[in-house]
Design a protein around this ligand. Structure first.
Ligand code: NAD
Length: 472
């Protein structure tokens, strides 16, 4: 293994203010309470952020309501100009935003710079292109916006989830109140600044920071017309209950426990790269992560040896180092959850393995881990761990692979690795998953719809399909 000299990205490209207020009606204003957001890689406090209470959420929804009239009646071509402007500013400020995202979230700079930020800009460019073509999108001759969208997003891809929510909402003429996750509020607050830079009319986008209660005030607010949520299945269920019967339109993007299926004719080295990307990308904090590896029994030994060799080369550490492959776990709470489920895995009899891997003393860290000898009854095969932990199961026949892959309450994504196109198509056809990747994994594109079956939620984000959730 090579020794690498540190290659840190400069922190000085981003200036984080000591405190941030709520962004309502185009202005930053204070709230009664605040909370701190920290860098999970060293537990340093990055900033103190406003905690929105019910009156604050009320003000934000009222601002969005006032702005709706003007925004929804602007010609689509005018709305597009704002979205194109936002997309270009994101590109111009992408280095700053990538560093900010890595600081607040813990993800490697390599990923925030090369994956998150390009996709964020691409999402705004893509939906900017739809704004003046809604009549031709297949939703009738005169599709109308819904009104005020209340949007709640998680911490794993803070700015990307914001883009997935805000871009289609604005393109279709809705106005927005968005609540970022409590551990990663900063990039949404920088986005608020970008809205001002783009001279977006006040009230079209409002950002309220806070924890679960703030999210609850927002989704339960009677003057919200549309709720969009990404996060845990448990909270998603509670939101579905509270929204039922109110007439609010709802999309939910929840958890996953994706099967990554490797057949005996798959190119092994390529599959190993795909498995590593599938579960160790973003520390495994990915709803569509390939967290269950299903490998055909005849190649299991060879593949696992190769996978362990590859895992031994992963560099875990400073998220701002350009050589880092696996960054920090986002929070102490998430680390506790990953640790607990992994201990349960070992107690229930699966065999645990991690490469030799020194972890920093401060901050929240978890070594890349695989469990072999996992059965379908094990909790680590059923529950979403949301961390860098892979459960390995084996199968003998394609039918067995399909049965095992579908034996989950979730249905967000899956992967199939085989040299034969016919086999890939036949298997993909039977997988109950919103996205199926073939000989690749974790590939995203704004033109492609994304969403789940069963407990992974409902509705689609991205692509033409993503417009539907915001149109009457
Ligand atoms: P969560 O569902 O609690 O939080 C997601 C967002 O919802 C946050 O912004 C949070 O403040 C908000 N929220 C919490 N309670 C709410 C409520 N009652 N009403 C409205 N909004 C509310 O997720 P978490 O606690 O950050 O993570 C727990 C687990 O969820 C993880 O271990 C993982 O399994 C899963 N998760 C999935 C995704 C995903 O993309 N599908 C993202 C994050 C977490």
């Amino acid at each position: 293994m090579f020794e690498y000299a540190p290659a840190p990205e400069s922190r000085s490209v981003v200036t984080i203010a000591p405190s941030y207020g709520l962004f309502i009606d185009g202005e930053f204003g204070e709230a009664k309470d605040t909370f701190k957001t920290i860098n999970p890689a060293d537990e340093e406090v990055l900033s103190e952020v406003a905690l929105a209470g019910p009156e604050d959420v009320d003000r934000a929804v009222a601002a969005a309501r006032r702005a709706f009239e003007g925004w929804s009646t602007l010609p689509g071509s005018e709305r597009a100009k704002y979205l194109f402007r936002i997309a270009r500013i994101i590109q111009e400020r992408s280095r700053e935003l990538a560093v900010l995202e890595s600081l607040d979230n813990g993800k490697p700079i390599k990923e925030s710079r090369d994956v998150d930020l390009p996709l964020v800009a691409a999402h705004f460019f893509y939906y900017a292109g739809w704004a003046d073509k809604l009549k031709y999108a297949g939703f009738g001759p005169d599709p109308r916006p819904l009104g005020v969208a209340g949007q709640v997003i998680p911490w794993n891809f803070p700015l990307m989830m914001l883009a997935w929510k805000i871009a289609p909402a604005l393109a279709t003429g809705n106005t927005v109140v968005l609540k970022p996750a409590e551990t990663t509020p900063l990039s949404a607050l920088f986005f608020a600044d970008i809205c001002r830079q783009a001279e977006l009319p006040p009230g079209v986008v409002n950002i309220v920071t806070g924890a679960g209660d703030t999210g609850r005030y927002l989704v339960e607010h009677p003057d919200v017309n549309k709720v969009a949520f990404t996060g845990s299945t448990e909270v998603g269920r509670a939101i579905a209950r509270s929204v039922a019967g109110t007439g609010k339109k709802l999309t939910l993007e929840l958890g996953g426990k994706a099967a990554n299926i490797v057949f005996d004719d798959a190119p092994i080295d390529q599959a190993v790269e795909g498995i590593v990307n599938g579960i160790f990308f973003n520390q495994g904090h990915v709803c569509c992560a390939g967290s269950r590896l299903l490998v055909q029994e005849s190649i299991a030994e060879e593949l696992l040896a190769s996978l362990k060799r590859r895992m031994s080369t992963l560099r875990v550490g400073d998220p701002l180092d350009k050589n880092t492959d696996v960054g920090a776990i986002n929070s102490a709470a998430q680390l506790a959850r990953i640790t607990e489920l992994s201990e349960i895995g070992a107690t229930e009899g699966a065999e645990r393995w991690s490469p030799e891997c020194p972890l920093p003393d401060r901050g929240f860290w978890f070594a890349p881990t695989i469990f072999t000898g996992v059965t379908q009854a094990h909790r680590i095969a059923r529950e979403e761990i949301f961390g860098p932990v892979l459960s390995v199961l084996t199968f003998r026949t394609p039918a067995e692979a399909i049965e095992k892959a579908n034996n989950t309450p979730y249905g967000l994504s899956a992967g199939v690795w085989s040299e034969k196109g016919s086999r890939i198509l036949a298997v993909a056809d039977k997988l109950r998953a919103g996205v199926v990747w073939a000989n690749t994994f974790n590939k995203f594109d704004p033109t492609s719809p994304f969403g789940g079956y069963k407990e992974s939620g409902y509705g689609r984000e991205g692509g033409r399909h993503g417009l539907e959730a915001y149109l009457a």
